[in-house]
Design a protein around this ligand. Structure first.
Ligand code: ZN
Length: 199
């Protein structure tokens, strides 16, 4: 009789300056030129892409053993700082395909917010800074926003069967609110003029 083969455990090593992830199964990189349609000021975006479209917007490194319902996907997201017009740098953002699936973010370094929107268009922006933990409830669209001047690095973890629906944000013309400079060195929420909620 042969023993059943079980998956191997994995671990992260988290440091304040240097984050290593032993055993990641994959990664992807989004460049500024990949972010067309995301920002509220197209002219500012076009100019930035013309100047440095190949610059890295964010990198995700993850451990994804399977997409089974009982499994977890976890990893690190590193979102570079920057502004596109008055708007702070964001990740593309998504809702889960199985939209009742939840997620946890843990801030490792940098400073920003986790911007979330429920199906009624209600917005919440929670601090995502070193040491903070943010919970994304079922059905909420979510994206990270870097409001600081260094990379915003966070750990994320969600059920492996969640899937990621990016099209919902495009259908709506973005999220209901933008995170923009407040003129006093901080950030504030502003209504997104392109936003139109659909079902
Ligand atoms: Zn998610």
């Amino acid at each position: 009789m042969t023993d059943t083969q079980y998956s191997q455990p994995h671990s992260f090593t988290l440091g304040s300056d240097d984050v290593t992830f032993r055993g990641s199964t994959g990664s992807y990189t989004k460049r500024l030129s990949d972010m067309a349609g995301v920002y509220g000021e197209p002219d500012a975006f076009e100019q930035l892409v013309a100047e440095r479209g190949e610059q890295v917007a964010y990198v995700v490194e993850e451990f994804r053993r399977s997409e089974d319902g009982g499994d977890l996907i976890f990893g690190l997201s590193s979102l570079n700082p920057g502004r596109i017009g008055r708007e702070f740098a964001v990740t593309r953002g998504h809702r889960h395909v199985l939209s009742d699936r939840t997620e946890i973010y843990y801030g490792i370094s940098g400073s920003g917010v986790l911007l979330m929107e429920d199906p009624n268009g209600k917005i919440e922006a929670l601090d995502l800074v070193a040491g903070s933990v943010a919970y994304v409830p079922p059905h909420w669209i979510h994206r990270s926003v870097n409001t600081g001047d260094m990379p915003l690095v966070s750990l994320f973890c969600y059920p492996a069967d969640s899937g990621q629906d990016y099209a919902v944000i495009e259908r709506h013309g973005g999220m209901a609110k933008l995170v923009v400079i407040d003129g006093e060195g901080g950030w504030m929420l502003e209504q997104n003029p392109r936003y139109r909620r659909t079902t």
